[in-house]
Design a protein around this ligand. Structure first.
Ligand code: OGA
Ligand code: NI
Length: 356
């Protein structure tokens, strides 16, 4: 994987005269620069020091890097290699493992439209969802976000399933280490989130993504439209091709987008909306999007949400008489179902739409 050169990605057209005809999106583009994010060393034995650093990052943007996370380059490279092999298959082969009702499998181009107000069509990406495997003899196996995965034919892609299962397992381990630091940074016991009731049976989803094309925000065309993630923690590994941008102040009149560059060996991490709700809005779930420059781009996000039945409600350390809970309590699975339905095409509509 290649790292990026900061000089290549600094775009500064701020002297450009702004005509009245310029759209809001064009204005956004005139101020894009690179974001400098905090780096958390997961091998640091001083957990309290790491938690302090993490707290600062979570108050600021909820985006940070982790290093020394223990996922080897070999495991990551193998996952990217196998992901590329899958997306290179003929469309008819990919359509055999089309996403099912349990959100497992292939999602074709334009399947998702996270920001319909500003997007004229769905995201310019195809994907593949791999969720938490819960075996049939488990009493909860039929819950919407548990169950069995769907896999490409092993004769077509030998070793594919094993590669993805290994990455999935490793990524979950990293998220649990981050969850410990998050708990400490919120003045909770280190195991508060990493407990049987919360992350005992997490809804953890590995997603392979393949982007193609050129984005044009002024025309409403994006790799991924602006959104915040739904869950608790997202890990993001990329192939080094630039594209991810964050907007720290979503309510600003003039939204300012900053590039997040890839750093060799580091994983980008961001907090999702559940973490923002848990922390009563203290920790940030920041708006982000992907802008493409014509190069194909591969990324592997890994989303972690707590157990299906976990109730997300204001944490005891994030409320007081003067700071009452701002969000109603919600059940993890109900919240996720709602967010998936809002941003994805319905399963039944795949076959009616020409999406090859
Ligand atoms: C996502 C996401 C960014 C990327 O899948 O939620 O924000 O770089 N992905 O692929
Ligand atoms: Ni995202």
């Amino acid at each position: 994987m290649k790292g990026s050169n900061a000089k290549d990605i600094l775009v500064n057209n701020s002297n450009k005269e702004m005509s009245e005809m310029q759209t809001k999106n064009q204005v956004e583009d005139s101020i894009i620069q690179e974001s400098l994010l905090t780096c958390i060393d997961l091998a640091n034995s001083d957990l309290h020091q790491s938690a302090l650093l993490l707290k600062k990052a979570c108050l600021d943007s909820g985006f940070f890097y982790v290093i020394n996370h223990g996922i080897s380059k070999e495991v990551t490279d193998k996952a990217f290699e196998q992901s590329k092999k899958f997306f290179a298959l003929p469309s008819e082969e990919k359509m055999k493992v089309l996403k099912n009702e349990k959100h497992r499998g292939y999602t074709p181009l334009y399947d998702q439209i996270p920001d319909p107000e500003n997007q004229v069509q769905g995201d310019h990406k195809e994907g593949y969802y791999i969720g938490s495997e819960v075996p049939r003899d488990d009493p909860q196996w039929d819950r919407p976000f548990y169950g069995l995965n769907t896999w490409p034919n092993p004769d077509v892609l030998p070793g594919w399933r094993e590669t993805m299962e290994e990455y999935h397992q490793e990524a979950l381990r990293v998220c649990k280490a981050i969850a410990k630091l998050l708990a400490l940074s919120l003045d909770l016991d280190a195991d508060y989130f990493d407990s049987p009731e919360m992350l005992g049976k997490p809804i953890s989803t590995l997603r392979l993504l393949h982007y193609e094309g050129i984005s044009d925000p002024s025309k409403g065309i994006y790799g991924t439209g602006a959104h915040s993630d739904y869950g608790m923690i997202t890990l993001l590994a990329t192939d080094g091709v630039m594209g991810l941008q964050i907007c720290k102040d979503r309510n600003a009149k003039l939204q300012k987008w900053e590039y997040v560059s890839s750093i060799e060996g580091a994983i980008v991490v961001n907090l999702g909306d559940m973490m923002e709700r848990w922390s009563n809005g203290l920790f940030r779930s920041t708006l982000h999007r992907v802008i493409l420059n014509g190069q194909s781009r591969y990324s592997i996000p890994f989303f972690v949400e707590p157990n299906h039945d976990c109730i997300i409600e204001c944490l005891p350390t994030c409320q007081s008489e003067n700071n009452l809970p701002k969000y109603p309590a919600i059940k993890c699975s109900a919240y996720l179902t709602q967010r998936y339905e809002e941003s994805h095409l319905k399963f039944s509509s795949y076959k009616k739409t020409n999406l090859s």
